[in-house]
Design a protein around this ligand. Sequence first.
Ligand code: AMP
Length: 351
Amino acid sequence: MVQPGGTIGILGGGQLGRMLAMAAAQLGYSCHIYSPDRESVAAETSANFTCAPWTDNAALTNFAAACDVVTYEFENVPVDPLSAIEPSLAPHPRALETAQDRLKEKRFVEGLGGMPAAYAAIDTQPELIAVVDRMGAPGILKTRRDGYDGKGQWRIRTARDAEAIRLPQAPTIYEGFVEFAAEFSVILVRGRDGEVRFWDSAENVHEGGILASSTLPASETISAMLSEARELAAKVANALGYVGVLTLEFFATHEGPVFNEMAPRVHNSGHWTIEGAATSQFENHIRAICGLPLGDTATIAAEIAMTNIIGEDADTAHEVLSGNGTHLHLYGKRHAREGRKMGHITRIAQG
Ligand code: AMP
């Protein structure tokens, strides 16, 4: 167990690290951020900051030596250099390794009985043309690695698109387009003793591949397939020997929950838990990795809506505070850019 006053290392310097550090502070811990980017909104809420490349073994080793436990908030941290600090890490880097490659991730989840969208690995244009001919269009071509928030994705509407597209210089995967009724995520926390707890699932709406909003309660369509989706998420967590918060994203379809992707970390679709659940995803992640008892994940409001503030200056965001039950979170990012997550708003209504 990490004692009060202990230090939690966080690999990654973004808003998820910032909110983890705020939850850690409440429990008497201080945080040490590791990020190659000098500008870090997580470092602003943390006691220590190492700014160094992911591949700097000496910096990584010194960082881990200064921490009681090390976790990550960014899923594209290169895995190989982490072997030097593996004993400090929670969750185990095998979760990162699996989630970083869409092909590996889908095969792993299929092996546990999950159902992803139809897919095929693509390395060359003739392969893509043949696969689109076999599987049909529409579909989505995605880079296997390093994609996030809709980046590294291309819609293939017709066979002609497959001929015209210039493939990226990286392995890709072609996915059949899923006609879904809704999207949702299962977010769980798994403790060091293997105990698993779930939060309620929000209904997620994406715009341009980026999460726009998460709303609770979710529709009946989603509730009906929740136990199946949770069963799969628990199998994934157990198979990985996972410690901390884990997220699986699903499409709700006529055939049941179709697995989209997993994130071995706290997740944007769980931000509502800060005000809407007895214990937030951030606090429970800290509790889990520090070996503390897990907190109650129950929803404590009748209706909850989280909306992201994306790409726009957060300067006027304070205006929303005049509404009752409205909670504003700004991440302190200086420069707004298209698609950049600047903050979020959670609206809570009691029944
Ligand atoms: P991803 O980054 O793979 O989670 O994709 C971002 C969003 O794009 C998803 O949440 C969906 O809204 C949409 N999307 C991704 N893959 C598919 C698919 N195979 N079929 C339909 N929509 C998809």
